[in-house]
Structures are given as C-alpha cells and as structure tokens.
Design a protein around this ligand. Structure first.
Ligand SMILES: *[C@@H]1O[C@H](CO)[C@@H](O)[C@H](O)[C@H]1NC(C)=O
Ligand SMILES: *[C@@H]1O[C@H](CO)[C@@H](O)[C@H](O)[C@H]1NC(C)=O
Ligand SMILES: *[C@@H]1O[C@H](CO)[C@@H](O)[C@H](O)[C@H]1NC(C)=O
Ligand SMILES: *[C@@H]1O[C@H](CO)[C@@H](O)[C@H](O)[C@H]1NC(C)=O
Ligand SMILES: *[C@@H]1O[C@H](CO)[C@@H](O)[C@H](O)[C@H]1NC(C)=O
Ligand SMILES: *[C@@H]1O[C@H](CO)[C@@H](O)[C@H](O)[C@H]1NC(C)=O
Length: 408
C-alpha cells in the first residue's frame, strides 16, 4: 500500500531528464493557435496527445482541417472514441515534408506517403498511407482510401524542411482508422504480455499481490513497462523464488517507469529514470536509459538489458520486450567481474556479443519509423521482425559464449 501511494506522485525527475533532451524547434499547438479557424483540430491534437508526437519529430507535414470540416467529421461519427479519433487524426500527419512547391512538383504526378497512423502499428496493411495526386490544372488531392479525396486549400506554415502545415478541404476518412479501438487503460497487460512472448513474467505479475494492480493503475497517467523474454525469465526463476515477498514485488515493479516513453523518445533521450519500485525520498530502484543510435539499453549496476521489440506503443502506454531481467542493486550484487582476462582473444569475443545485439535490435524497434521517410510498420511485421532478431541475437550470443569456452 505504501508503495502504491508514492507511485502516483508525479515523477518529475524522470520527466525532466528525458524531456530536456527532446525539445525540437517547433510547437504545433502554438502555430495553429495563430489561426483560430483550426481551433477544433488543434484542440483534438492536444487531447489525443498527437501534438507531442508532432513536436518530437522532424520532417513532418500536418494536414489541418478547419472548424466546419472538423464539425462535419464529428457529426458523421457520433460515437467516435478519442482513441479512434487519434487514429483518424494521425492519418493527417505525414512523416515527410511537403511544402506547397513540392506538392505541385510530384514526380509522376502522385506520391504515396506514410503517416503517423502507419507508424502506430495499428494500421492493417498499408491503411496508414496517404496518396497525394497532382491533377492537371494544378489541383492537388489527398486520399487515404478509395472512398473520398480532400483538396489542397493553402499552405498555413512552412518551416523547411522540419514542419509544413497545410490546409485541406475536408478530413480524410478511412475505414481502418475509424475502426473501434480498445482504450489503452482497458488493455489487459498480463494477457498482452503472455500472448506476445513474456508469459513467465506475466504469470509472476498476476501471481504477486499488488504487482498487476500497481501496473494497471498507472496506465492512465503514463506507463512504460519492460518484460523480459522467456529465455531470460526462466533461468531467473530460482533467484526470484529466493526473494522475500517485498523483494519479489520490488523486482516486478522495477520493470516499469511511471511515464510514457515512445520508442522514438527512448532513442533520443538518455538519463536516470525512476521506476514503479522507487521510493521518492530514497530515489532508489532507479535505472539508466542509454541509447546509441537505434539501440536502447537499460542499465542497472548489475544488468545491461537491450530492448528487443515493442508489444504496444500507444500513448499513454508502451510495453517493450527486453533480453534480460533487470536486477536492481538493491536486491542483487554485481557479478564478480574483475578479470582483465589473461587471454586477449576472450575479451575480443566477449565484446562482440553486445555488438550483435546492437545491429539486430535496430531492426527490432518497430512501429515508430526510424527516420523521416517512415518505414511502414504494421504490428504483424513488427512482431515477426522482433521474433527474428531475438532468435538471431540469442544464437549470436550463444556463438560468442561458445567461442569463449573454446578459448578458455
Ligand atoms: C529544424 O530542426 C533542426 C533540428 O532541431 C534545427 O536545428 C533547425 O534550426 C530547424 N530549422 C528551422 C528552420 O527551424
Ligand atoms: C506549445 O505551445 C502551447 C501553447 O502556446 C503551450 O501551452 C505548450 O506548453 C507548448 N508546448 C511545448 C512543448 O513547449
Ligand atoms: C494515387 O492516386 C492517383 C490519382 O487518383 C492514381 O492515379 C494513383 O494510381 C494512386 N497511387 C497509388 C499508389 O494508389
Ligand atoms: C487479464 O487476463 C487474464 C487472463 O487472460 C485474467 O485472468 C485476468 O483476470 C485479466 N485481468 C484483468 C485486470 O482483467
Ligand atoms: C538463495 O539464497 C540462499 C541463501 O541466501 C543462497 O545460498 C542461494 O545461493 C540462493 N539461491 C539462488 C538460486 O540464488
Ligand atoms: C539511483 O539509486 C541510487 C541507489 O539507491 C541512489 O544512490 C542514487 O542517488 C539514485 N540516483 C538518482 C539520480 O536518483
């Protein structure tokens, strides 16, 4: 109980450390605020948390619709949840830069471009792409399905080549984006983890008093959870069973940060973060998020774990699969690792193991596009690539281990 209460306090430290390194030049909310005709659109960008996602990105185009067009959209879909609306609006954010000039000079007269909806991993197939076509007579149209097209009206703001805001005549529509969405708060975390490769960790969460409940009650305010894959979790079970009841709970709570971090944020932020196990006054049970390009590692003084894939990344909830159990210094001692080993060969191979993880985990960080061009990343493909790279990683780690044994 003591723990649950402190968890709900704002974790300013973790917020500060990561956000500071993330600020970009633009602020879509204040840009649109200068154009009151887009106030409804602007309001919903904030309500759906898309504004933050737009501000964090570079090389992006926002297709804004004015208040009458937003009213028409909301009237046409009376029961639309905020989560479905988020998908629909994320279709209006192209992960490429299109100023008015470029729109009128499309090679071949049309372009297919990826959107934040595609990047969310919720778009089936290529439902998250928008087709831009430049018809003769200079009329440019945008469409996300065969059902309808919206016309280019005017350029609202251009910050080349970071952010372009363009007005289109009506909201884009697409059956996939409008489909009902399970609210993240209703996501059954343990069921999700169990289904996607973390069954053992999920089992411990459900079986440990207060653990599952604490994770669940933090989702609304933002939660980033890390579940160790089966191959890491199973050998750890004897050590887990050895912990006291308090220790077990703390270990599980150590695998989540009470702040939402997208893949993109983790890739661009570095720093010490609090976890659900942290006692705010002691600032204990913290971990260090460190990244090097596409690889994100989580460091305790005992463990260095790598993010291998994404189970869900939908503000306010993100769950990532990691290759090792996070062992806090509060419960475990660092492995004895003094040996400036006599055989230099051994060192070299040992150092090669994390390298292997590095290149594979780059592939395994779905659904957010790594760069401005925005790779399509539907969830299935993301899962598959995660599964593949985990396999590759493990076999490479095994090979490295074998090499060490041979040398020794
Ligand atoms: C575009 O973004 C980059 C990186 O944040 C920044 O250095 C540059 O000043 C921005 N360009 C403009 C025109 O704001
Ligand atoms: C963007 O601007 C809005 C309104 O001007 C402001 O409330 C908000 O804090 C700003 N966001 C950031 C990240 O600076
Ligand atoms: C995009 O739309 C244009 C005009 O309707 C069409 O000719 C083109 O084939 C479409 N492109 C794709 C990839 O759907
Ligand atoms: C989550 O799902 C599992 C089984 O799939 C179930 O036992 C558990 O009660 C569910 N938890 C919640 C909070 O609904
Ligand atoms: C469990 O704890 C005992 C006593 O502290 C220790 O000797 C033993 O090695 C531990 N077992 C594991 C698997 O950590
Ligand atoms: C992280 O935890 C350690 C050990 O409990 C503590 O000494 C340290 O001050 C913490 N660091 C931060 C930045 O909170």
């Amino acid at each position: 109980m003591r723990q649950q209460q402190q968890l709900l306090l704002p974790h300013l430290l973790s917020l500060l450390l990561l956000y500071v390194t993330l600020s970009r030049g633009h602020n879509i909310t204040s840009i649109l605020a200068q154009h009151p005709e887009f106030s409804t659109f602007n309001h919903y960008l904030t309500a759906t948390h898309l504004a933050g996602e737009i501000n964090r990105r570079l090389t992006i185009t926002v297709l804004a619709v004015d208040n009458p067009a937003m009213a028409a959209l909301l009237t046409a879909h009376p029961g639309l949840s905020l989560y479905s609306l988020k998908h629909l609006l994320s279709l209006h954010v192209l992960v490429d830069y299109f100023g008015a000039k470029k729109l009128h000079q499309l090679t071949g007269g049309s372009a297919l471009t990826s959107t934040l909806f595609q990047a969310s991993g919720f778009a089936p197939g290529t439902a998250g792409f928008v087709n831009i076509s430049d018809h003769r007579a200079g009329h440019v149209f945008f469409s996300a399905s065969f059902l309808s097209a919206s016309a280019f009206v005017k350029s609202v703001e251009e910050i080349p080549y970071n952010l372009s805001v363009i007005q289109i005549s009506s909201a884009l529509s697409s059956p996939a984006a409008e489909a009902p969405v399970t609210a993240p708060a209703q996501v059954n975390l343990t069921a999700l983890m169990a289904r996607k490769g973390c069954a053992t960790f999920a089992g411990l969460l459900s079986a440990t008093a207060d653990a599952e409940q604490t994770f669940a009650s933090n989702i609304d305010g933002g939660l980033t959870a890390f579940c160790p894959l089966e191959e890491a979790m199973k050998p750890f079970l004897p050590k887990f069973k050895n912990l006291t009841a308090d220790g077990k709970l703390s270990l599980l709570l150590y695998h989540a940060i009470p702040v939402y971090y997208s893949v993109e944020m983790l890739k661009t932020g570095n720093g010490v973060v609090n976890t659900l196990a942290t006692d705010d006054t002691a600032r204990n049970y913290n971990l260090t998020v460190q990244n090097d390009g596409n690889q994100v590692t989580l460091r305790t003084t005992v463990t260095v774990a790598t993010i291998m894939g994404t189970l869900i990344d939908e503000d306010p909830l993100a769950v990532y699969i990691i290759d090792k159990v996070l062992e806090p210094m509060e419960l475990f001692k660092p492995a004895e690792h003094p040996a400036p080993a006599p055989a230099p060969e051994t060192d070299k191979r040992a150092a090669a193991a994390p390298k292997a993880g590095e290149s594979t985990s780059a592939k395994a960080s779905p659904p957010a596009p790594a760069g401005p061009e925005g790779q399509p990343g539907d969830q299935k493909a993301a899962d598959e690539s995660a599964a593949i790279s985990i396999g590759v990683y493990l076999s490479m780690a095994a090979a490295a281990a074998a090499a060490i044994v041979v040398v020794a």
